[in-house]
Design a protein. Sequence first.
Length: 179
Amino acid sequence: MKLLQALLVLVIIAGTGGVAFGFEARVVSIPDGDTVEVYKQGEQFKTSIDLYGIDCPEKQQYFGYAAKEATAALVGLKMVWVEVIREDRSGRLSAVITVEGTNVNETLVAKGWAWVIPEDCNQPFCDDWRRLQEEARKNRIGLWTALKPQAPWEWRKRKTKELFYISPDNKIPVWRHSP
């Protein structure tokens, strides 16, 4: 079934003219729950990979460290298959990662360590991920044990607003120093 999903992703992306390629790599670090750094075979530099379609709590948020640890438990120092969904302007890759037959992105959602990003996850399998997210929420597992977990994109928006304030003359936005 997992192989069928991976093949379906390839067919869909190839049909839409998007980026579609995969490679094997070793995970060498996990900066946060939804980002891994890998070494491709034969290359000397790390490649940073965003886990496609999901967003884990930021490290400064509740459950941020736990999400990072969940990702590390799944992929830390292991060989993985990286199925690239897209590449942004700066060359950063967004991918579905599989390790030992397990879809890492999907597992993090199912275990309650990540949200499916509503406006970003637009592949057919994203509907399955949304159902898994709802099950995790209903069963109160992972970050869903919190009374009101805050999605990382909302948290980042709030934090950005807190860093600025308007000067006394109401004309100049001023950078507020973080504590």
